[in-house]
Design a protein around this ligand. Structure first.
Ligand code: ARG
Length: 582
């Protein structure tokens, strides 16, 4: 059971007629975890604003609500403190019962949702034919993590990689292929040669000396869209090469999709969309272009240019329609850069006018990855940073850390060269992903290898280390943890550190609920970090292998085990692997 949401529901009932639904929602946000165990485990602080609005003493309002509050099965009787704080303490016997159930449960006590929804998740979506760069990390890892958490909670998720496989970048490589192809290089390594052509043509078309190239590239793109056989043939030749390139990175990131329906897939549905918009009176002609004018918006949304070309927005409308017809989702989430905020605002407003049905359309936007200088992360020469290079560097730095760690062990070295290599790959990629996921998605963050690979702090390295440390305790004590788990050993929570760890373990379900509420994986990383902290305190204060009695030792081993399994599951839901030794 998810403690905080349950408390909120019970308080919602107990508030009764005292507030309307919208006020209740605000008041219920004032139920939080306590910052100090003196004030219980959770605190409800709504009686002050509510009392003020009602013109009644907050303590009296608090008492009235508590009178109707039904939480006895998992909480002790609430206490009113100070001006009207309501302090809530979870019952120890309930904690023990729930922890015992979690030990025996593959899902660690996390229930599936009562009302599963169907989500389409649109994430990663690079424009292929150009190398993936640092900007693609966020969409890819945030989307992947949301996908995993939603599925774990019991929702149906259709992941769809809406790749840009039909845009001007193909005009560029077609033009480059026709004018600058190095045949041998293409034969040896097509991916690299296409990337070179892309960069070359892009540079030339930006330069003033070649004013003819820009229009020529647009011409090639237009011919492709019009079905020119030669350009279509080249496009068909390039696509598998481009797909191979991104798939290699996805394999390394351990990210996969149910569908990869790129922009090209919708090409022959675009005309129909525009015709429909005109027919419904939603779009009209303006200066030769077809536009949707939306109430309250200064600029219209273009769906067809003067020259007849369709736009990004047109494709996205066709995509919504296809998804609604094919997957019948309750929600479509777009994990896309915040700079596309306007596009999605217009898109969703237009979709509502068309009437695609009852669906939550949501732009899950995110901020920019910055360099040390506080500007978007670039290489020294000012180019965007290639994603593959970043992965390589993270892994190589992780290798140094793994080697140093291993060498510092009393019985060093513990790991073979192959072990070290494998662990470095896992640790390096994990660091990169976790660093991204642990920042609030709506903020920018500064990219730093040193920070993301730190052994202390809210990093994957620290979490993986915490996990590996538990495994090393089991090895050291020759513990058959499975046998203890299945042997019905009892959990006790006599010391404050044990109780705090136990409560934190049970907050896993709550953390997952909160993480999908506003689609924020950083609420899950934050939870895991808190959990690791509680575990550290517990481990400092409570002997495990040298516990005073066998009963106590088994109870503490179970707490260690549940901690490790929760960390492993939590990391898995972030798309991150653990290692048994580090
Ligand atoms: N390919 C686009 C870009 O790189 C992102 C696509 C996001 N998804 C969507 N349905 N618009 O900017």
């Amino acid at each position: 059971m998810s403690i905080l949401p349950t408390l909120q529901n019970r308080f919602r009932d107990a508030l009764g007629e005292l507030a309307d639904d919208s006020e209740k929602n605000k008041l219920l946000e004032l139920i939080r975890r306590s910052t100090d165990p003196k004030f219980g485990d959770y605190q409800a602080n709504f009686a002050m604003p509510l009392g003020k609005r009602l013109g009644r003493p907050p303590r009296e309002v608090a008492a009235e609500v508590i009178e109707r509050l039904d939480i006895a099965e998992f909480c002790r009787p609430p206490e009113i403190a100070g001006p009207g704080f309501i302090n809530l303490e979870v019952r120890d016997d309930w904690l023990i019962e729930q922890l015992t159930a979690a030990v025996a449960d593959q899902r660690l006590g996390v229930p599936k949702v009562a009302r599963p929804r169907t989500y389409v998740l649109d994430y990663s979506a690079p424009n292929v034919a150009k190398p993936m760069h640092v900007g693609h990390i966020r969409s890819t890892v945030i989307g992947d993590s949301l996908c995993r958490v939603l599925r774990f909670l019991g929702h149906t998720v259709v992941s769809d990689n809406h790749i840009g496989d039909w845009g001007t970048q193909f005009g560029m490589i077609i033009y480059g292929y026709k004018h600058f192809l190095d045949k041998d290089a293409y034969w040896r390594n097509p991916v690299e040669e296409l990337a070179r052509l892309y960069r070359l043509v892009r540079k030339l078309s930006d330069a003033d000396e070649h004013p003819e190239i820009g229009p020529a590239v647009l011409g090639e793109t237009a011919r492709l869209h019009a079905g020119d056989p030669e350009n279509l043939r080249l496009w068909r030749e390039f696509m598998p090469i481009c797909r191979q390139e991104i798939d290699r990175i996805y394999r390394r990131l351990n990210v996969s999709f149910d569908h990869t329906l790129g922009e090209s897939f919708y090409n022959d549905r675009l005309k129909q969309i525009v015709d429909g918009l005109i027919e419904q009176g939603i779009a009209r002609e303006s200066d030769g272009a077809i536009c949707v004018f939306l109430k309250g918006e200064r600029v219209p949304m273009l769906v067809r240019k003067q020259d007849g070309a369709f736009l990004y927005a047109t494709t996205d409308l066709a995509t919504i329609r296809y998804r609604m017809e094919t997957f019948r989702p309750d929600a479509i989430l777009y994990v896309v850069d915040h700079r596309q905020g306007m596009h999605f605002k217009h898109l969703f407003a237009t979709a509502a006018l068309i009437g695609y049905g009852d669906v939550e359309l949501r732009h899950v936007s995110f901020g920019t990855v910055l360099g040390d200088d506080g500007r978007p992360f670039k290489t020294r020469s000012g180019d965007t940073v290639g994603l593959e290079k970043l992965l390589d560097e993270a892994v190589s730095r992780a290798a140094d850390i793994v080697a140093a760690n291993d060498a510092a062990k009393p019985d060093a070295p513990e790991l073979s060269t192959e072990d070290r290599r494998r662990i470095a790959e896992t640790v390096g990629i994990a660091a990169l992903k976790y660093a991204d996921l642990s920042h609030s998605r709506t903020s920018d963050y500064v990219f730093s290898f040193d920070k993301m690979l730190a052994m202390n702090g809210n990093t994957a390295t620290y979490m993986q280390y915490a996990y590996a440390r538990v495994q090393s305790i089991f090895r050291k004590g020759n513990i058959d943890i499975e046998a203890i788990r299945n042997g019905g050993a009892a959990i006790t929570l006599d010391s404050p550190a044990e109780r705090a760890l136990g409560l934190e373990l049970l907050r896993f379900a709550e953390a997952l609920d909160l993480a999908v509420l506003d689609y924020r994986p950083n609420l899950l990383t934050g939870y895991l970090f808190d959990l690791a902290g509680r575990y550290s305190t517990f481990f400092e204060q409570c002997h495990v292998l040298r516990a005073e009695s066998k009963k106590l030792r088994n109870s503490r081993l179970l707490l260690c085990d549940l901690t490790a399994r929760t960390i492993r599951k939590g990391l898995e839901l972030l798309g991150i692997d653990v290692v048994e030794k580090m």
